[in-house]
Ligand binder design. Structure first.
Ligand SMILES: O=C(O)c1cccc(C(=O)CC[C@H]2O[C@@H](n3cnc4c(=O)[nH]cnc43)[C@H](O)[C@@H]2O)c1
Length: 250
């Protein structure tokens, strides 16, 4: 089992590495250069490569595509791509410090404003706005981590008002969190038929901007703990006949 975990920033990468390995492993994770980035490699039964790709869906997609392609060309393709990091939680489902596992990874602002309101690109006849992680893997990881399960939105603009939060929830009633990279990772993974997962630890509430209320340190600790707990599910899905990783993407 080979897993690629893509974060936005190095602090998230280091939290995931810390969670996946022992403290010693985290300090000594092997570094493997790929074009445009450096993989931090942890061996935990599976090979887990963690990559800080930058903020936003474009940076996430570019780095994920590169890492997946390099691995495939080197003859050691990944079996799973994971978007991981901190995120905003929709109240009351995902409070500060909670962990969210996406059962749907949705591009929330990919579309057009029309006289009748927002139209998704799919309404315009293009592409896709949703990817579905393998349900059995979602169940296993959410169960192991005690995570909230639901739709995680990918946005290019962080929500900063109650009105915007309400608009997003009106369009996506199952949304439990928003972040900025999941759909980018999912698009790159889908292009190579690699299953995707998204795991977020909640650092702030989605709604009116309140920087004083962010809990980034707590969220990074929760992210590390989530990967410690998720490790068995990420180590052995190829041994579990119920974990069908194929064909769940749209
Ligand atoms: O300036 C602000 O008001 C603000 C509020 C929340 C987050 C930011 C960031 O620039 C962080 C972006 C970074 O972290 C993830 N993230 C964390 N919380 C959220 C959120 O509420 N909505 C979207 N993304 C969030 C995101 O995935 C980025 O990697 C600024």
């Amino acid at each position: 089992m080979r897993v690629l975990i893509v974060t936005a920033v190095p602090a998230e990468r280091d939290a995931v590495v810390r969670g996946c390995g022992t403290a010693d492993d985290a300090a000594s994770a092997a570094e493997v250069a790929v074009p445009g980035g450096v993989l931090h490699r942890v061996q935990m039964g599976s090979t887990v490569d963690v990559l800080a790709a930058g903020v936003g869906p474009a940076a996430a997609a570019a780095a994920t595509a590169t890492a997946l392609t390099v691995a495939a060309v080197r003859g050691a393709p990944y079996d799973l791509a994971v978007s991981a990091g901190i995120g905003g939680g929709f109240a009351p489902h995902a409070p500060l410090g909670s962990v969210v596992v996406a059962d749907a990874v949705v591009a929330a602002d990919l579309g057009a404003e029309t006289p009748d309101g927002f139209a998704a690109v799919t309404d315009l006849g293009f592409g896709t706005v949703e990817h579905r992680p393998p349900p059995a893997l979602v169940t296993a990881v959410a169960g192991a981590t005690g995570a909230v399960r639901g739709t995680v939105l990918t946005v290019s603009t962080v929500t900063g008002s109650a009105e915007r939060a309400d608009t997003l929830l009106g369009r996506h009633p199952r949304a439990v969190a928003e972040a900025m990279e999941g759909f980018g990772v999912a698009e790159a993974a889908a292009a190579q038929s690699v299953p995707v997962l998204e795991v977020r630890a909640v650092s702030n509430a989605v709604g009116p901007r309140d920087r004083a209320a962010w809990r980034i340190g707590e969220a990074l600790d929760a992210l590390a703990e989530a990967f410690t707990r998720a490790a068995p599910a990420l180590r052995t899905p190829d041994l579990d006949p119920d974990l069908d990783l194929e064909g769940s993407q749209q």
